[in-house]
Design a protein around this ligand. Sequence first.
Ligand code: RIB
Length: 312
Amino acid sequence: MSLISILVAGSINMDIVSYVYKHAVPGETVQALRTEHHAGGKGANQAMAAMRSGASVTMIGAVGNDATGKSLLQELQQGGFSTGHICEKVGLSGMAFITVDKAGENQIVLSSGANAELTIQDLEMAFSDTAAFHGVRMLLLQNEIPWELNAYLIQTARRLGINTVFNPAPALNITPEMLRQLNTLILNETEIAAITNRQIDSYVQAEEAVKEIAALGVNEVILTMGGEGSLYYNGEGRLIRTKAFSVPTVDTTAAGDTFIGAFAAASCTDMEVEERLRFATAAAALTVSRQGAQISIPLRSETVDFLSSTAF
Ligand code: RIB
């Protein structure tokens, strides 16, 4: 796989993860089996997944000037990232309070912290470093930084002829105008239900929903469905269903992020679409079988080994 350049502008969080036997219902207190801190954030997770999948990645984001911010920066540096375009904001870093149950399913409460303080001026300042952004071929975005920044970035990318891959998580403030400007939209069942106002209980409903979004002008729509795999639909009417690999589910946190980062990296190569989907599905399977967010994301070599040793 050749080195390609992806720009990720997105969130950086400290995940405070409590492993529980079962999730609490409203009004209930449950005891954690144990609690761990892991570097996370959808932006940083997807950036890490794209980089570990073979892409050259530049990340723009923000952390707080607290101890958490320092340790998040350190994790990114240890992961191989240049943190030159990560701003330090006065106040707390982003945090995600996560519970993971016995089945590996998670629930997340997000506290934006410094992610909400990132500004268009910060983006412009980053872009003035032309050397760092030379050769960017893809923009990868999520929805954990202020909405107006994503709108600005999507428009800028379109003007420059750069493809945008967008993960509308959480699915807030998504407009048809904005969707029309995207090349690729990757989302899960909750997000597609929020955007289309459709209940997704069956494969047929999932198919109708991806087609509805593609009809707005999005070139590629991918619905990720956990253990049910994914559904891909493109503007040429091509529908591909990719089955998930069967792996022991330890922690689903960052599985979607791994799929997205790996798919983005593979999309900048000459891999066929089925191959890109299979690669992303395998990377996500490895993440599901490990604990934590960034720490669970596989290297390209691990994904390739897994693909060659596992029946599909
Ligand atoms: O997608 C998983 C991520 O969502 C976590 O790492 C958490 O930080 C939240 O942003």
